[in-house]
Write a protein that binds this ligand. Sequence first.
Ligand code: KG4
Ligand code: ZN
Length: 336
Amino acid sequence: MIKILAFETSCDDTSVAVIDSNYCVHSNLISSQVAHEDFGGVVPELASRLHLKNIVHLTEMALKKANCEFNDINAVAVSINPGLIGSLLVGVSFAKSLAYSLQKPLIAVNHMLGHIYANKIENPYLEPPYLALIVSGGHTEIVDFRAIDDFTIIGRTRDDAAGEAFDKTAKLLNLGYPGGPVIDKIAKNGDSKFHRFPRALNQKDEYDFSFSGLKTSVKNYVQSKNEEFLKQHLADIVASVQMAIVDSLVTKTINYAKKSGAKNIIVAGGVSANSLLRKKMEEASFGIGCNVFVPPLKYCMDNAAMIGAAAIEKYERKEFANLQLNAFSTKGTRFI
Ligand code: KG4
Ligand code: ZN
């Protein structure tokens, strides 16, 4: 059994984990940077400085929690793209120097692939073919995986990502950042039929998404109401917005699953934590005789355990990076 020390610093969470080749997580520490809250979004320069401040201590703690020393580790894994370049660079430089000083292999992981592998932590035998709905703060994609390195992108967002739609709605309603978790919570007490917000690109064979019209529609709606109304109906409004986002995600994924005859659907990325999305996806998949997999809640948002999980097969294939490894910020699905 091998053990991997994994790092995730692509955005505003510093995370270090130890995971073994049976997908058993020995530790998975996450230091969320609350300092961004005052700014209503992530400040890149602040994020990289905080990663730098946290990473050494977090590594020591993660090893301690896993009852490990550096010598017990077989490889060092790190997310190298996509993300904020300054943030990624902290993790990559740290992982490179550790791998060099410990003389252990270095494994580069694509962050989005990490989100997909979060599903393996509870289901180690889960293998393609599957249809993946990838939904995070920067990505919204339906990807048909025949094998992990053989896939077709069926649809993607033409503008905002699903997580961004949650975050922008929260900002318009002064609910803080990130918006997804708080909207999820408040919406539980609301009526999702209170107002019908638009579902864009909703023709049957259209698998691309668009959420910027929804954002404008929420903005216009909020501006047209007075403060008292907004306060009184906050739960109804966010429940209605949440339903519009989830409806688009589920309808398009299920339509394609029906068309392609997919047997397994997986959901990945921070928005996979959304309780309505999990429920609707389960109901709709059941309706067409498809299995659905969602990561355990603690592995939905950015974390290093998922990066380690994606590194296990790379370790087995000896797919190691050299010390010229660099971070890059590129958006889009490039599951390297
Ligand atoms: O994957 P992730 O942690 O970071 C990126 O790679 O972007 O995703 C963060 C996104 C944020 O937009 C956040 O609002 C959203 O995931 N999110 C949620 C929930 N938890 C996190 N959206 C809806 N419902 C949630 N419960
Ligand atoms: Zn992420």
